[in-house]
Design a protein around this ligand. Structure first.
Ligand SMILES: [Zn+2]
Length: 348
């Protein structure tokens, strides 16, 4: 049912010197989606632009005066929730503030800040600030479901720095809920449902069990969350965190959000060690009360935000639909493991 399929293809040519070359490209099939991706090993040792050292902060890293998310501007420049959601207009949890997205992508679209820090370099946020921001997201989504019970297709995402799609530097999560599923929600809901129908078991729990047996891509745990490198990555250094058995955001406790925050920060510290400063993360949920899709967060490094950095989506990804990365997922797992062994990764 869950298979780790891969095959190698070989490109044969001669070096300018005449020496024969056989370059190996591995094509892997994502066991969840069936999508193929490629690992181009000839580029493994390549030094990518702007990764020799950790990039400088962005030019606007100190520009708090014009930032709508900084506390001096927040109440005047950010929108308010309808009073039926929250009488005060914004959800506040310690230093985290949540409000509607001024530029929504769906019916329920919001932004959750971590705190008042305008620029936070990758891997340097506190576990507490992330946990509070996630808790604010979960609180908002619970209120959405109470107001619009059919808006069951939910997501929490983050774009860190413009290279990852971020438009404002001030760190924040985006929250989405709609009655209409996005492609990945539609596919994963159906995949998890058919897996359950055929086996009586949950898809990501089974996936995790298979990965534990192989042991090559498992990274570690933070509380109940289990972390591993994606078998067939669709992004650089792609890492998954799975909360086995949890099919609804409402099943995540405060300690569970703290465990998620700890793992996300471990991944960021790993990316930082590779001189990467941009990333995306996302967690999807289908809150219809019947969904068999367990909670899984995906985090991956994006092209560096630095002058003349090369974008990670080339004509190959955009036109052929196969992501090509340069590192074996087993090496990603080996590189990430030390960041899960350090004391700050321990969460209850
Ligand atoms: Zn700011």
């Amino acid at each position: 049912m869950i298979r780790f399929e891969r095959q190698a293809v070989h490109a044969r040519f001669r070096q300018p010197t005449g020496e024969a070359v056989e370059a190996v490209i591995e094509i892997r099939v994502n066991p969840i989606t069936g999508r193929t991706s490629r690992i181009a090993f000839s580029r493994t040792g390549e030094r990518e632009a702007a990764t020799d050292s950790f990039p400088d902060p962005p030019p606007l890293a100190g520009d708090t005066v014009r930032c709508p998310f900084c506390s001096i501007n927040l109440s005047a420049k950010t929108p308010q929730l309808l009073k039926t959601y929250e009488a005060s207009g914004r959800l506040v949890r310690d230093a985290s503030v949540l409000f509607p997205n001024l530029f929504p992508y769906g019916a329920h679209s919001a932004v959750s800040l971590f705190d008042d820090r305008h620029f936070v370099e990758i891997g340097t946020a506190s576990v507490e600030s992330y946990a509070n921001s996630f808790l604010n997201c979960a609180d908002y989504l619970k209120r959405v479901l109470a107001q619009d019970p059919a808006a069951v297709y939910m997501a929490i995402t983050q774009n860190h720095l413009p290279s990852a799609g971020g438009s404002l530097l001030h760190p924040h999560l985006q929250i989405q809920a709609d009655r209409v599923a996005a492609n990945h929600q539609r596919f994963l809901q159906s995949r998890a449902a058919s897996h359950f129908k055929e086996t009586g078991r949950l898809l990501f729990s089974d996936y995790l069990q298979c990965e534990r047996q192989e042991g090559k891509r498992t990274i570690g745990a933070t509380g109940a969350w289990e972390w591993l490198a994606a078998f067939a990555p669709e992004g650089f250094f792609e890492i998954w965190g799975i909360l086995p058995g949890a099919t609804s955001l409402s099943q995540v406790t405060a300690g569970g959000w703290a465990g998620l925050a700890a793992g996300v920060l471990n991944a960021q510290r790993y990316y930082r060690s590779l001189n990467r400063n941009g990333y995306n993360l996302g967690i999807l949920a289908v809150e219809d009360g019947a969904s068999k899709l367990e909670l899984r967060i995906v985090i991956l490094a994006r092209s560096n935000y630095a002058p003349w950095a090369r974008n990670d989506h080339t004509g190959f990804e955009v036109m052929l639909g196969d992501m090509a990365t340069f590192t074996a997922p087993e090496d990603t797992a080996a590189g990430a493991r030390p960041f899960w062994r350090q004391p700050e990764s321990i969460a209850d």
